[in-house]
Structures are given as C-alpha cells and as structure tokens.
Design a protein around this ligand. Structure first.
Ligand code: HEC
Length: 476
C-alpha cells in the first residue's frame, strides 16, 4: 500500500479515453405528452373516467410507485408523505405527475445535455422512462381511478439493499438528537467510525446503514487516513459543515440517499483503506420539527479483502478545495452575481509525475460537490493529444440536498481511461442572487435576507467547486 498512498494525482482536466460504450437507458426529458395508454378500456373520453379506466391504481400505478417512489415515500421514510396506499397516492396524483414530468422525482441529477453526452451510463439510474412519466399524467388526468383490487398487478419486491458477505459492521458509538432550531430543520453532524482493521485492506463493498430513517436524509462517507477524528468525544462532531470535519487528509468515497444500494467497485477493484484509518460519515439530518428526534444507529457495513486486487483504487478531490489549478483565480462570488463561473484544471499525473502508458488508470466513480450558491457543475476530460473532450458528469440542476456518487456502469477494463497528460476540467456556475431559491433558504436560516460575498470554505454559506473521482490503477 505504500504505493498507492504515495500516489497523489494532480488535476487538470483531461479526458478520457476509452470510455466504455454507452447506450442510454431511459431518461425522460419529455414533457407533457400523452402517449398511448397502456390500457384497454377506453370508454372514457376526456372527463373523469370510470373507476376501472386504465391506467388505474391497482393494475398500473401501484407497481410503478412501489418500485420507484417507496424507498422514501413510506410512513417512517424520509419522503414528506407516504405513497403506499390508493388513498394516500390518489390525493397526490396531479402533483406526482408534475414532479415526474419536471424530473425532480425520483431524485437523479446526472443528466445528458447539449454540452455533455457521457460515453458511459451510471449504475442505479433512477430516471423513469417516458412512457412511465406519461402514465403518471394520464392517471392524474383521468381523476386517479382506483381500479379493481381483484385485478391488482403484483407489486415488485423491493431490491435487497444488503451487502453480501460483509467483513464487519460498525455503528456510531453515541447518539445525536435533532430538533428545530430557529427556522432550521437541517443539520450536518459527523460520525467517526473505527473499522478495527490492523493492516492495509481493500474495500470491495460499502453499505450505508441509516439509523433513524425518519431523519437521515443523506450521508457522505470519507476515509480519514490518519484517524484524526479519533479524538471526537463519543465519536461525534456536531455541526461539522459540508465536509469531513477534520483538517487532515481525507478521501470522499461514498454518497448515499435513501434506497441507495451498496457501493461495490467493479470486479477486480479494491479501495485502499490504510491500516489504522477511520471512516467518517457526514450525515445530513432533516428534523420533522415535531420535537427532539434521536439517531443512535447509523453506521456502515464493509466488505474487504487483505489480498491486493488487480486494480487498487483511491479517491481524489479535484478543484476547490482539491488538487489542480484555478483558471479563474481565487473562488470569489460577489453578492448579486448570477452566471458566475469558476473553472479548474488538473493534468493527470501520479504524485505530480507523468506515468507510462503501460499504467492502466480508470475513473470508475464521480461525484460533484458545491454548496447552496452553486447551480450547475460539469466535469470533462481533454485528451492530451487531440484535445478532444469527453464528458464525465454534468449536474445542471445542482441540488445540495441530493448529492451522491455516480458509479460508471462498466467493467473496469472498459471504464473511463485516463493517461498522464490528459486534462481534467471542472466548471462550476453560481447564482448569488435571490432568484436562487436554495440561497434564499440558506440566508434565511442565518437570519439574512440579502446575498453576501461568498468565498471558499466549509460553511453552507461558503462555496466549493469540488469533484471526487474514484480512480483505479493497474501497473503502477
Ligand atoms: C430518494 C428518496 C425519494 C424518492 C425515491 C422519491 N421521492 Fe418524492 N420526495 C422525497 C423528498 C425528501 C421530498 C421532499 C422535497 C425534497 O426534499 O426534495 C419529496 C417530495 C415529493 C413530492 C412533493 C413535491 C412538492 O411540491 O411538495 C412529490 C409529489 C413526490 N416527492 C413524488 C414522488 C414520486 C411520484 C416518486 C416516484 C416516482 C418519488 N417522489 C420518489 C424523496 C423521494
């Protein structure tokens, strides 16, 4: 492991080659189309239909909602209301149609756009197909018919979220409590976990275990390389901001939202967890506001091997704060600025040194990170020889509340190849005006009503322009 640890990439922007093939699954940028209905009964014209018109709840909508919405919209889930029964869901039919057409639900932010057509797809793409989106609208337009329970379609079993054969499971050592403070319902507390390994190990699976599902909104996972968080009383650092909470080397290796499956690097890849390192969870708690709520069970299930895999992997942070150089000067977003852009570049290298082309280096996971002023973020790679650009990730409707790590859906040897000298480029756009609703909310939480000058930092009213990439390397 000394090898891996010694490798520190520096960033610049660059490109990727050999990205694996890419077909799109579905996505839906369609808007309001009323496409063919999947149903047969068409005796309804255009006004409210009979109870058995198609699509109806029992035959059509219930399985769709179970498969795509109920990881959050259950009683006791993080969604603001349950969508488990006909009575619950029918009340929301028109709003559900609006949300799925607008693609705000289910949450998924890695999009194909005119400036970004990734050559790869991502695992666990949550987006609905255009026909499914259309079905939500048709159902709402028909007046949300219930259908006949006798004809109910089978409800798909929820996917298993459990990691196979975990090596160990670690849980927070003490509890945290959240409650409304002023107008604020959102809190970021960091939890330090000791996996208890005594030698360098290679992680092949990581599962986030939410404790209290009613308040755990999302979780970021970091490797704390020097165990700097070991000094936190009870293993908790409250209000630790948007990052790891330590001022020491860390790697962002995971991002979870409710319903998220375990992260499993591609076959043959293991993430280096140095001997003695800890893991830190940055947990976004969303309080209901109904009184104090506790979490004492959040943790991780981990699977690792002690044998070095073909590809060893680590995560790099690129941009601000991270490796690479700014093309636009220090991160400064004046109050009132909209369309403000910051750009960074990192030239692919290892420890600042180029490496030979016999080294097979692949990006297999990528996450964007900004705070509340950010609105659009994109990462791409420019080929060292041809300057051709390959897009890695575009999150054009940035939402701080729905951060995650996107895993490329390809075997590692068909992953996004980078060579020494390629340039990784990162572009972040900010809107520091009151047109930016998430800024309005963030200002409100600290009792401000006008935008302020924003610089780089950990606080929610500071900003970042940071990409985490999972890099797997063979032959170095
Ligand atoms: C990963 C969790 C998650 C999934 C999956 C999910 N939702 Fe949501 N949903 C939320 C949360 C949390 C909110 C509250 C608003 C927010 O945080 O964005 C919400 C809000 C909503 C709203 C209310 C919007 C408003 O205007 O108040 C609707 C309607 C909705 N979801 C419908 C759906 C439907 C339909 C699906 C499935 C197709 C779905 N959601 C899937 C978590 C989820």
């Amino acid at each position: 492991m000394p090898v891996i640890r010694a490798i520190r990439w520096s960033l610049a922007g660059c490109l990727v080659l050999g990205c694996g093939g890419a077909s799109q699954t579905s996505n839906g940028s369609d808007s309001d189309s009323q496409t063919g209905s999947s149903g047969d009964t068409s005796d309804s014209e255009d006004t409210t239909a009979g109870p058995n018109a198609r699509p109806n709840w029992h035959e059509d909508m219930a399985p769709l909602v179970a498969a795509n919405c109920q990881s959050c919209h259950t009683s006791g889930g993080i969604g603001p209301f349950s969508l488990e029964t006909y009575a619950e869901a029918s009340a929301w039919a028109p709003v559900m149609a609006d949300e799925v057409e607008g693609q705000t639900m289910p949450p998924w932010h890695a999009l194909e756009t005119p400036v970004c057509q990734p050559s790869h797809t991502f695992k666990y793409d949550a987006r609905l197909a255009p026909e499914q989106i259309a079905m939500f609208r048709e159902w709402a337009d028909l007046g949300a018919p219930e259908g006949d329970p006798e004809l109910a379609a089978p409800i798909p079993a929820p996917p298993s979220l459990d990691l196979d054969n975990p090596t160990t499971t670690v849980q927070m050592q003490s509890s945290v409590s959240v409650d409304k403070v002023g107008k604020s319902l959102d809190f970021f507390h960091c939890i330090s976990l000791d996996p208890g390994h005594t030698e360098d190990v290679y992680l092949t699976g990581i599962q986030t275990l939410p404790g209290n599902r009613e308040i755990v909104h999302h979780v970021l996972t970091y490797i704390d390389e020097t165990a700097a968080s070991a000094s936190w009383p009870g293993g908790v650092k409250q209000n630790c901001g948007g990052g790891s909470g330590v001022n020491a080397p860390t790697q962002l290796i995971g991002g979870w939202i409710p319903g998220g499956l375990p992260m499993q690097p591609p076959q043959g890849v293991g993430i280096v967890l140095p001997a003695g390192a800890r893991l830190i969870l940055n947990v976004h708690y969303h309080a209901s506001g109904a009184g104090p709520e506790q979490d004492d069970g959040t943790g991780l299930a981990l699977r690792w091997t002690t044998e070095k895999p073909d590809y060893t992997s680590f995560f790099m942070l690129l941009g601000a704060p991270g490796q690479g150089s700014s093309l636009t000067g220090p991160l400064q977003i004046p109050a009132g600025a909209s369309g403000h852009v910051e750009e960074y570049e990192w030239v692919v290298s290892a420890g600042g040194q180029p490496f030979p082309d016999t080294v097979d280096a692949r990006f297999w996971a990528v996450a964007n990170h900004m705070h509340k002023v950010g609105v659009d973020m994109r990462v791409w790679v420019e080929d060292r020889d041809t300057s051709e650009e390959s897009c890695l990730l575009h999150t054009p409707e940035w939402d701080f509340n729905w951060q995650r790590i996107y895993e490329l859906d390809a075997p590692i040897d068909q992953g996004f190849r980078v060579r020494a000298g390629d340039r990784v480029r990162i572009r972040c756009e900010y809107n520091n005006t009151l047109e930016n609703q998430s800024l309005v909310e963030a200002l409100d939480e600290v009792g401000e009503s006008e935008p302020i000058d924003v610089g780089q930092g950990e606080g929610t009213l500071d900003e970042m322009c940071l990409t985490a990439v999972g890099v797997a390397v063979r032959g170095l």
